[in-house]
Design a protein around this ligand. Structure first.
Ligand code: GDP
Length: 218
């Protein structure tokens, strides 16, 4: 496991932008229950903070900092932790089941973040492998395209269709192939997307982490 620490930086609403951490940022989008917090926690492999499980997390733009060197070893204690990356849980775009006022407040924060955030290097849209993408998913994808940031679409919970590691399979199970094709067509995705992941089996997690690191290194 990496020696990184995850810290909740803050929750933002309305026209607030989070403070900059001096590091590149990656934003995660997708309807609730798609597996966003499970994926975030699997990616950062942290038991220090439960990403995405902050009370009210679905009702605001949430920024987490991934820090290196903040660990408990004597050597690390002396050094100021270096922020490697900001991870942003970006709700809104019709997904959140909220009151009208809350919805507007979170939507405004999310739109402003996408439109103005210079640190944003990659937008990751999560869709459930077993579901046909919704109009909300399409709207989010359109907002991401408008923002001009690189985008990757990730299909979550692939273990619900197959528990075998996809990378070693010569032929994908028909059900999986159909599900992937449907998502690809529905969202108009390029070859190779959606990327398959499972937070339960770890499928695709290393690949996604590599894509995130590459985007952050610019
Ligand atoms: P969020 O609302 O998008 O943050 O979703 P969560 O991460 O809380 O996950 C919603 C539900 O799906 C929880 O019951 C998780 O245990 C389950 N879940 C999330 N990821 C996976 C996965 O990769 N495989 C399986 N089988 N279940 C998952």
């Amino acid at each position: 496991p990496r020696q990184d620490q995850v810290e909740f930086v803050g929750a933002y609403l309305n026209k607030q932008l989070p403070p900059t951490l001096g590091a590149p940022e990656v934003a995660f989008l997708g309807r609730s229950n798609v597996g966003k917090s499970s994926l975030l926690n699997r990616l950062v492999q942290s038991d220090q903070a439960r990403v995405g499980k902050t009370p009210g997390a679905t009702a605001s733009v949430n920024l987490y900092g991934l820090y290196r060197g903040g660990g408990n070893s004597a050597a690390n204690k002396k050094k100021a932790p270096k922020c490697l990356m900001g991870l942003v849980d970006l709700p809104g775009f019709g997904y959140a089941k909220l009151s009208k006022d809350n919805k507007e407040a979170v939507q405004m924060a999310a739109e402003r973040y996408l439109a103005e955030r210079k640190e944003l290097m990659l937008g990751i849209l999560l869709v459930d492998i077993r579901r046909v993408p919704s109009d909300d998913d399409k709207a989010v994808l359109a907002a991401l395209y408008d923002s001009g940031v690189p985008i990757i679409v990730v299909a979550t919970k692939v273990d619900k269709i197959t528990s075998s590691p996809i990378s070693t399979m010569e032929e994908l199970p028909l059900e999986l192939e159909k599900a992937l094709y449907e998502i690809q067509q529905e969202l108009g995705l390029p070859e190779g997307q959606p990327l398959c992941v499972s937070s339960t089996t770890g499928e695709g997690i290393k690949d996604l982490w590599r894509i995130i690191m590459e985007a952050c290194e610019g």
